[in-house]
Design a protein around this ligand. Sequence first.
Ligand code: SF4
Length: 355
Amino acid sequence: MDEQSLKKLRDWFKKNAAKLPWRPADLDAPRDPYAVWISETMLQQTQVSTVREYFIRWMKRFPDVETLAKANEEEVFKYWQGLGYYSRARNILKTAKTVSQFPNSRKELEALPGIGAYTAGAILSLAYHQREAILDGNLVRIFSRLYALDFLPTESRDAAEIYWNYAREVADSPKAYMHNESLMELGRIVCKVKNPDCANCPLRNACRAALENRTAEFPPVKKQAPKDWHGTVLIVESADHKILAVHGGQKFFKNQFTLPHFESPRNATAGLPAQAERYVDADKVLSVENIGKFRHNITVHKMECDVLYIRLNGKATAPASSEIKWIRREQAQDFFANNFSLKALERLLHRTDKP
Ligand code: SF4
């Protein structure tokens, strides 16, 4: 980021910095490393508004690392209760018992329980005014948008290095402490996840995503690993050749008519599954037959489905609710609007051994 942008960022921060119990009025004053450590640990995954009171209470009871080191786990948990992630409180206590003074090097800090690259960077820059970088969710979002990075740092070592290099560039200044904190604040109140307020952002003239009107594209949505899903699709046919369609109450296609389906284990035992009894009276079932399988992908689900063909010995009766319809067999392919149902129907319609 060029010096002009960094200056705009600092000026914006000086004007807009929220009053927070862990932030002294003099934004250039070095902080107490203990207070930075406690506040940054509390802030991981928890909103600033929630942390405020917890931090004040904590600092009254445990104002420094020596006091904390003498406390027992039970009491520490009591002061942490409501912030969740008790492992953090446990690590804080463990660290307090091992250090009498806070180390001032990244290597030593990161060796302590519960202190990772982010917290170490925050302590070193905010408390010791060292040129140390930080990278949290706010900074990732800002860098992704500023430089139109269409990947996340979690995707690979190289990807993480690219983000960290941008973070180091910002921190390579005697004002690293202010650059780091300004970016965290900017991410929290301006460059928000949804609807970033670009019109009021000090970086708008340097931001590729904003200049190209593509802020919604960055950061990219985390690619989810495909999930295997095995299910059963029911084709229920009445004696007068009508096929049952359902609307709602299904795993997929909640807003349209589909064939009934549910998750089931591979090699499910033959016979009428209990889930089918929601739609058919077991006494009216003439036959139940597995007529094949098909594969289908929906969102992250890699699906494999068995198609169960259930023939009834009676005619289709008037449906008890608007969520059920009987469709004439010859009209079924035109009726269903999802490929999932159509693939299942194909197993029936293209069968050579038709009943
Ligand atoms: S201009 Fe918009 S998208 Fe870019 S950093 Fe600022 S708020 Fe975020």
